[in-house]
Design a protein around this ligand. Structure first.
Ligand code: HEC
Length: 96
């Protein structure tokens, strides 16, 4: 009888750990850098000429600085600091 109780609490313990890791994984995905200030920057600066879907196309991380530079040459209004922030964000979240 005593053994059964111990086993049950083991199962509970394992389930609690599993629930915890699902929660952590879930947060990692939902997070996707949503609270990153660079995201707000992209959403205000990169929609002037095309959709966000276009801006969030996956590129290799080496391509991002080139693409963002090209956007500046098209007329995107970005300071050097904003450009660096955006490139870092896109490399972290939208790289192939
Ligand atoms: C002044 C207008 C303008 C702004 C602002 C702009 N873009 Fe673009 N974008 C373009 C044009 C025009 C094209 C299509 C021609 C090309 O690819 O260069 C394009 C194409 C793209 C492409 C697809 C091309 C490729 O090689 O993958 C991506 C990705 C992109 N833009 C990302 C961005 C991001 C990120 C921002 C914000 C930093 C941004 N754009 C802001 C004009 C703009």
């Amino acid at each position: 009888m005593r053994q059964l109780i111990v086993r049950k609490s083991n199962i509970f313990f394992v389930m609690a750990i599993m629930a915890g890791s699902i929660w952590l994984v879930g947060c990692g995905q939902a997070g996707k850098g949503d609270d990153d200030p660079a995201r707000a920057l992209i959403e205000s600066k990169c929609v002037q000429c095309h959709s966000l879907k276009q801006a969030y196309k996956k590129r290799s991380s080496g391509e991002w600085p080139v693409v963002v530079d090209r956007m500046v040459s098209h007329g995107a209004d970005l300071s050097a600091e904003e450009k660096a922030q955006i490139v870092a964000y896109l490399q972290a979240h939208y790289s192939k």
